[in-house]
Design a protein around this ligand. Structure first.
Ligand code: BGC
Length: 756
């Protein structure tokens, strides 16, 4: 079947105003719906995977070919490449009665074959244009391989570094998270979804998945509406406002009802309030999992989900196998099935699949578009901009390119651990190891390498980590032998660079930890290296904030590099040897210990705030640790220094709906050119509900030559002063506000204004 685009106008409207999620009916889709049987409609609601990629649950669909031909499949995921996709699309287009084309979905979380840093790393760049460009390249490469639908961006706010999936998001802050959500959606979907190099994006996991209790994956979430609206929902809403085509429901429950069957969430909020008009796909078997949540059998939970507003069932086949029965028994209506089907067909229409189901199938494209030099160059740029310099007191970084360097650590000579979690479409073997990167960037340096220690000595843990490939290898040599070898090299060097931290899959799905410190084997190594008295630089890899007090004390410098992606080694070397001055800033607070979690900058004051750093009885504090984090949100050093002065506001009083212009002078007082992320925090002094001590409400990344001063302007919009009050009305309340501007969330340079 081929539908002609006779409604170019309607479509142009749809695409021209992606932020207005208004309802339109598409005549071609309505005509098609009229021809469809109820079974064919139910078929469209079924998303299957024939395997391949990463299966994140136990289910892999069977008889996929037969099901497609029987009109029982709306989309496939886990397959790629023009040939395979053409074969599957042929089954749908040529062998079914109505020839409705399939979606081809995939998890392209941080790049397709050109793997960029993990999302938590990318977020640390605070560079929205850069993030958007990575999404554009991901879309270019994925569509070249036939994929038209991406299960990204993941925008779950997380304030709990125990949670393994903190690595997949943008950290703790709703303001920054919202900017990133928008950048990613517009990057993937572009200006024109009909183009061949853009794809449908999915915002996930709707909703609140990052607030899983105790950081344990898939765990329950219980949260007040106020907290949801003010702190956790904004990034999803930003993605909807940016025109995202689909939404993925999350695994967790909300107010006692799992997201995939939660009508308040999927209909009242998402569609009625937010005017979302795309389709909602479940997470992997999340409909079926409502059985384990205790909400009924497969038929009951499938009906509940459909009625709640879920449109497509990912791999669980509850919709496929039970909805007809539920219809016959009056438990769902034909209208509900048609509505879900309409939303899916409309999305296919918006992608142009009805015009040309083979539009992403071009055998020449993979070689032309995938892994081309400029894509890899962007991966290198993104990686170096994602790194955060945590310590450099003695200025041991950058290192002279002709130094004698002991490069220590298993992670220093690993390709398997460079891509990070959720990179199933990437190939670790294409990545540049750190050892190789050092040789590329500093060919005159004298570099020796020793493993020094296993990433972990815990064989049981290693087995869990190695589920997708050999990330951790336990050496046959004794720990002592490895350690001694490293110490000997260290003693002969000018400087030690130890690459330490987590392996890939220490974070990611189903990878929560109760102990978020560097594994013991590597801690011993760090102690031994520090004891040599040689300057010790740590290149730290992790997918989460770590507990790092001891290592901060033992080392001269620490560069946090997350999991940098395919250009890892080159990008790290660029920064270590000073070709690029680090500019990343933390997007999640680093705790002193696990007991401080959840920890984040926008905390509330309480009625008994601890006013000094001294312990004071009957104030809100701990007996055994300070309240302050190890490293605050927004923190990150540079090889140069920046000074802030002359903070001004353009008015001491403003009216509602009037913006406030904030200016500040920033001077580069050090010896390197460098970029600084200027951050603006706001405090509403008095309001009708308790408020955070400060909230990020603006930032700008600026480049300053050494000695240069720039006046930086940040604008607070009327919405920036608003919050959801007890009635869940989005309001700004008259009164005094304080502004703090600086280099991180501990900023003290202060100004104020009054809202009339
Ligand atoms: C994850 C999703 C992912 C899906 C499909 C699930 O387990 O939670 O983020 O998109 O699998 O791979």
């Amino acid at each position: 079947m081929k539908l002609k685009v006779s409604h170019i106008l309607a479509l142009t409207l749809l695409l021209a105003a992606p932020s207005i999620q208004a309802q339109h009916t598409i005549p071609e889709v309505e005509a098609l719906l009229k021809k469809m049987t109820i079974e064919e409609k139910i078929g469209q609601l079924n998303l299957v995977t024939p395997g391949g990629g990463i299966a994140t649950g136990s289910v892999v669909s069977s008889n996929v070919e037969d099901k497609i031909k029987a009109g029982q499949v709306g989309g496939l995921f886990g397959i790629s490449g023009p040939e395979k996709i053409k074969t599957a699309q042929d089954f749908a287009v040529k062998k079914t009665r109505l020839g409705i084309p399939l979606f081809f979905g995939s998890d392209i979380i941080h790049g397709y074959k050109t793997t960029f840093p993990i999302p938590l790393g990318l977020s640390s760049s605070w560079d929205m244009e850069l993030l958007k460009r990575t999404a554009q390249v991901a879309a270019l490469e994925a569509t070249a391989d036939g994929i038209n639908w991406n299960f990204s961006p993941m925008v779950d706010i997380s304030r709990d570094p125990r949670w393994g999936r903190i690595s997949e998001g943008a950290g703790e802050d709703p303001y920054l998270g919202s900017q990133i959500a928008k950048a990613m959606v517009t990057g993937y979907q572009g200006e024109d979804l009909m183009a061949k190099n853009t794809m449908l994006a999915t915002v996930k996991h709707f909703a609140l998945y990052g607030a899983a209790e105790a950081g344990r994956d898939y765990n329950s979430v219980d949260m007040s509406r106020l907290k949801m609206y003010n702190e956790y929902l904004p990034p999803y809403k930003a993605a909807i406002d940016a025109g995202v085509g689909s939404v993925m429901s999350s695994f967790n429950d909300i107010d006692g009802i799992p997201a995939s069957g939660n009508k308040w969430l999927l209909t009242d909020l998402l569609r009625d309030d937010w005017k979302f008009n795309g389709f909602v796909v479940s997470d992997y078997t999340s409909v079926n999992e409502m059985i384990a949540h205790g909400l009924g059998d497969l038929q009951a939970v499938s009906a509940l989900s459909l009625k709640a507003g879920l449109d497509m069932d990912m791999v669980g086949e509850g919709f496929l196998t039970t909805l007809k029965k539920s219809l016959d028994e009056g438990k769902v209506t034909a209208e509900e099935i048609t509505t879900a089907c309409r939303r899916i067909l409309e999305a296919k229409f918006k992608l142009g699949l009805f015009d040309d189901p083979y539009k992403y199938i071009d055998k020449k494209r993979p070689a032309k578009d995938i892994l081309k030099d400029e894509n890899r160059a962007l991966a290198r740029e993104a990686a170096k901009k994602s790194f955060v310099l945590l310590k450099n007191d003695t200025k041991n970084l950058p290192i002279n390119k002709s130094s004698k360097i002991a490069l220590i650590g298993d992670l220093a000579n690993s390709k398997d651990n460079m891509l990070g979690t959720w990179a199933p479409t990437g190939d670790p073997q294409l990545s540049v190891s750190i050892l190789q990167g050092f040789k590329n960037v500093a060919p005159n340096a004298q570099i020796t390498h020793a493993k020094g220690a296993n990433i972990t000595d815990d064989a049981a843990l290693a087995k869990k980590i190695n589920v997708f490939g050999e990330r951790v290898t336990i050496d046959k040599r004794s720990a002592e032998e490895m350690l001694n070898e490293a110490v000997e090299l260290a003693k002969k060097s000018d400087i030690i660079v130890a690459v330490v931290g987590e392996a890939t899959e220490f974070t990611g799905e189903s990878s929560s930890r109760t102990d978020i410190s560097i594994p013991q084997s590597q801690k011993k190594l760090i102690r031994a290296l520090a004891a040599t008295g040689k300057p010790l630089v740590l290149v730290l890899m992790s997918g989460r904030p770590l507990v790092l007090e001891e290592e901060l004390a033992l080392s001269a410098s620490i560069l946090q590099v997350w999991f940098p992606g395919v250009e890892a080694g080159n990008a790290i070397a660029d920064v270590v040897f000073g070709d690029y001055n680090p500019s990343g800033k933390l997007t999640a607070t680093w705790p002193r210990n696990v007991g401080q979690i959840p920890i984040y900058h926008s905390i509330k004051n309480t009625g008994r705030p601890q006013l000094t750093s001294e312990f004071e009885k009957f104030t809100s504090n701990y007996l055994d640790a300070p309240n302050t984090p190890l490293l605050p949100f927004g923190y990150g050093l540079s090889y140069t220094e920046f000074e802030y002065s002359n903070l001004n506001v353009n008015a001491s009083q403003i009216n509602q709906n009037e913006p406030l212009i904030v200016t500040v002078s920033v001077t580069n007082t050090g010896n390197f050119d460098g970029e600084e992320v200027v951050q603006l925090y706001l405090r509403d002094v008095v309001r009708s509900i308790t408020q955070p001590v400060k909230q990020l409400k603006g930032f700008k990344k600026v480049m300053l030559k050494k000695g240069e001063t720039k006046q930086v302007t940040l604008t607070l919009t009327p919405d920036d002063l608003k919050f959801y009050n007890s009635n869940l009305d989005f309001v700004a309340e008259p009164g005094d506000f304080e502004i703090y501007v600086g280099t991180n969330s501990d900023a003290t340079l202060k100004s104020s204004f009054t809202l009339k």
